[in-house]
Design a protein around this ligand. Structure first.
Ligand code: AMP
Length: 216
C-alpha cells in the first residue's frame, strides 16, 4: 500500500506515519527528516537547505525530488510506503506521479489530516524528543512520565527542532496554505483523496486512519 499523509506542520503526520510503519510494515518517507539528516551531516544538499529550513520556506523542488527519487529506488520489493511531508506543492506532486509511473507503482490514497490552524502553533512550539531514541513529547500535552527522563529508553537528553519556534511555525503555516493546501484538490481530482479528523487524540486519529485504510 502506498500512501501520502497530507496536512500542515503539527497535524500529526509523523506520529501516524511511524505507527503505520509498525502496524502495516510501510516505510516512512519523511523529507523533513531526510533534510535534517543532510543538514546534520553537512552534505551538499544539507548546506543548501539549512537556511531555507530555518526560515520555514520550502527547499527547492530539485533537491527534494532527487532525495525522494533515490529513496524510492532503494525500496523495490518492500511492502509499500507512506510519504510524510512530500509532496509540498503541485510541481512535486507531478514529479511524484511521473516517478511512480516509471516504476509501475501507484498511490492508493492521499489522506488529508484536517486540523484547526490556531491550535497548531501551540502543538508545534511545545514539542521535543529524546536525543537517544527519538521518542516524541510535548511540554503540555504529552510530557515524560518522570520529568527529564525518557519513558522509552531512560535517556536524559532532549532536543527541539530549530524551526519549531513560534515565528518560524507561523511562516511554515503560511507556506502550507499557499503551496501545499492546493494538493487537496489535486488528489481529489485523481479520486484518491480521503479525509480524517486530525484534532482528536492521537489514538483516536490512528483508529480513524485504520478504518479508512481498511476500506481501501
Ligand atoms: P517537516 O519536517 O516536514 O515539517 O519539514 C521541515 C522543513 O523541511 C520544511 O519547513 C521545509 O523547509 C523542508 N521540507 C521538508 N519537506 C519538504 C518538501 N517536500 N519540499 C520542500 N521543503 C521541504
Amino acid at each position: 500500500m502506498n500512501l501520502i499523509l497530507l496536512g500542515p506542520p503539527g497535524a500529526g503526520k509523523g506520529t501516524q506515519a511511524k505507527r503505520l510503519e509498525q502496524s502495516r510494515g510501510l516505510v516512512q518517507l519523511a523529507t523533513g527528516d531526510m533534510l535534517r539528516a543532510a543538514v546534520a551531516e553537512g552534505t551538499q544538499y544539507g548546506k543548501q537547505a539549512k537556511a531555507v529550513m530555518a526560515r520555514g520556506d520550502l527547499v527547492s523542488d530539485d533537491i527534494v525530488v532527487a532525495i525522494i527519487a533515490e529513496r524510492l529506488d532503494q525500496l523495490d520489493g518492500e511492502g509499500g510506503f507512506v510519504l510524510d511531508g512530500f509532496p509540498r506543492n503541485v510541481a512535486q506532486a507531478e514529479a511524484l506521479d511521473a516517478m511512480l509511473r516509471s516504476k509501475a507503482l501507484k498511490l492508493d490514497a492521499a489522506i488529508e489530516m484536517k486540523v484547526e490552524v490556531e491550535a497548531l502553533v501551540e502543538r508545534i512550539s511545545g514539542r521535543f524528543s529524546c536525543a537517544s531514541c527519538g521518542k516524541g513529547y510535548h511540554d503540555r500535552f504529552d510530557p515524560p512520565k518522570v520529568a527529564g527522563k525518557c519513558d522509552v529508553c531512560g535517556g536524559t537528553e532532549f532536543v527541539r527542532r530549530a524551526d519549531d519556534n513560534e515565528a518560524t511555525v507561523r511562516s511554515r503555516l503560511e507556506v502550507y496554505d499557499r503551496q501545499t493546501a492546493p494538493l487537496v484538490e489535486y488528489y481529489r481530482k485523481q479520486g484518491i483523496l480521503r479525509t480524517i479528523e486530525g484534532m482528536a487524540a492521537m489514538d483516536e486519529v490512528t483508529r480513524e486512519l485504520k478504518e479508512v485504510l481498511d476500506r481501501l
